[in-house]
Design a protein around this ligand. Structure first.
Ligand SMILES: Nc1ncnc2c1ncn2[C@@H]1O[C@H](COP(=O)(O)OP(=O)(O)OP(=O)(O)O)[C@@H](O)[C@H]1O
Ligand SMILES: [Mg+2]
Length: 422
């Protein structure tokens, strides 16, 4: 069918044509926004889940909800290059601008801008001084040089201005697993302080399944600050709706068997649903999408996912890390670290790239088996490819990643092409 009218939207953070199965999270966020707005206690949101389940999409929806209540929405994505303190300064600056429309600067905002100015000076942030020309820095609340204290001071200032203006501020923070512990801790102190003062600042953060542990380790009161929500693959009926609803709107019908097949292939994971939906549409003559169309679409969608969604995940891994991943995949569901070590020790030598790479790992182990395997495991967790679902166990953060790795073995070294040059 006409690719121009294709409604499906595979892509990072790409809004799906039908956002299904997330009503509970949206309702929790909506209630929290309204309660914060009234000065009632509530919690920030923390979404965690595997790659491609729809965390970023939900954060954007939360942003829209907040804007619907005339709140200020500030979006931050935590990358490795991000300078957290700078970003927090930019957040305060952006929020205060939005809260002081035009050239009118109300008294409370004037003070807050002064506090921001001394924060910028203390933390040597670029753009210091251009906050408001001629405005005197206000020393005290946010220029001690201790990040916990200064960030809290800054949040209290902008929260107070928001309160005076009768609105709130939603800060969405994506990829929060990349936040160093001291920054995560400072953010939580700041949130804790504004919640004690019942000021309308709320954070909605999203990240990999490693995040609940990170926030718990950063501060013991984490569970009182956040609504923790795990974002999963879609339930059967929702997955069907995610495929059928957008087609309906274009006058196209999915046959039951075609939907069944896509559900089996994708296991309800949102990213895969969009990719398979897109290829099924392109493969069909219409006005129906049949099981035969899906038969044609499956290898096309799989190729596309392998070359994109999956490939970008392993592009930054070493040959040894890839072999470690292959060993984990060979053991099935979330193996224990000890099983992985044993499998490496007893791996039968062969000429495949995995066989050679595992032999290399063994070579570098030389009596330090635990150490080498632990190093590989930890670096894969740090790179966001793996996480520990239960004590001592290891699993992939990318859904159906094991199947992808198996396909690479079968294709005669597809993965080798992703290997870094020797
Ligand atoms: N509820 C949903 N129903 C249908 N499709 C969805 C839903 N949520 C997200 N999607 C689709 O899934 C894909 C991935 O969404 P998104 O980028 O938000 O995932 P993510 O969890 O942020 O992934 P990552 O961890 O890789 O950043 C997008 O193509 C989006 O359109
Ligand atoms: Mg995302």
């Amino acid at each position: 069918m006409d690719p121009v009218r294709n409604p499906y939207s595979p892509g990072a953070g790409a809004p799906p044509p039908a956002l299904v199965g997330r009503d509970a999270e949206l309702a929790t966020c909506s209630v929290a926004i309204q309660r914060f707005g009234l000065g009632r206690p509530d919690r920030s949101m923390l979404l965690t889940g595997l790659r491609g389940v729809g965390k970023t999409v939900l954060l954007r929806e939360f942003g829209r909800l907040a804007e619907g209540h005339r709140w200020v929405h500030y979006a931050a994505e935590i990358t490795e290059e991000l300078k957290f303190v700078e970003e927090m300064g930019a957040l305060a600056h952006g929020a205060l601008r939005a809260l002081s429309p035009g050239r009118v600067v109300v008294d409370r905002a004037r003070r807050a801008l002064g506090v921001l100015k001394s924060f910028q000076l203390k933390w040597k942030l670029p753009g210091e001084g251009d906050v408001v020309i001629g405005l005197d820095p206000v020393s005290g609340p946010a220029d001690s040089g201790l990040l916990d204290r200064d960030l809290a001071g800054l949040f209290l200032e902008i929260g107070a201005v928001a309160r005076v203006r009768g609105v709130g501020i939603l800060v969405t923070i994506d990829e929060v697993q990349n936040l160093p512990r001291e920054h995560l801790g400072a953010l939580m102190v700041a949130l804790h302080r504004v919640s004690q003062e019942q000021l309308p600042i709320m954070v909605a953060a999203a990240g990999l399944p490693t995040v609940p542990r990170l926030v718990g380790e950063a501060k013991t009161y984490a569970e009182r600050l956040f609504h923790f929500r795990t974002i999963n693959s879609l339930a059967d009926a929702d997955a069907r709706a995610a495929l059928a609803t957008p087609a309906d709107a274009e006058g196209v019908r999915w046959r039951g068997a075609a939907l069944d097949r896509v559900l089996t292939e994708t296991r309800g994971y949102p990213y895969f649903i969009q990719e398979f939906g897109k290829h099924a549409w392109d493969s069909a003559d219409g006005p129906e999408i049949t099981a035969d169309d899906v038969d044609i679409a499956v290898p096309r969608a799989t190729r596309e996912l392998d070359a994109g969604f999956f490939r970008v995940r392993i592009d930054r891994t070493s040959r040894e890390e890839q072999a470690f991943l292959a060993v984990v995949a060979s053991l099935g569901d979330a193996p224990h670290h000890a099983e992985v070590v044993r499998a490496i020790e007893t791996w039968t030598d062969d000429d495949s790239w995995i066989g050679k790479a595992v032999a290399d790992i063994r070579g570098s182990m030389g009596g330090a088996e635990q150490g080498v395997a632990e190093r590989l495991r930890d670096s894969l967790i740090a790179k966001g490819l793996c996480y520990s679902p239960r004590e001592g166990r290891i699993d992939f953060t990318v859904p159906l990643f094991g199947e992808f790795l198996h396909r690479q073995e079968g294709s005669g070294g597809g993965m080798e092409s992703a290997l870094p040059p020797p």
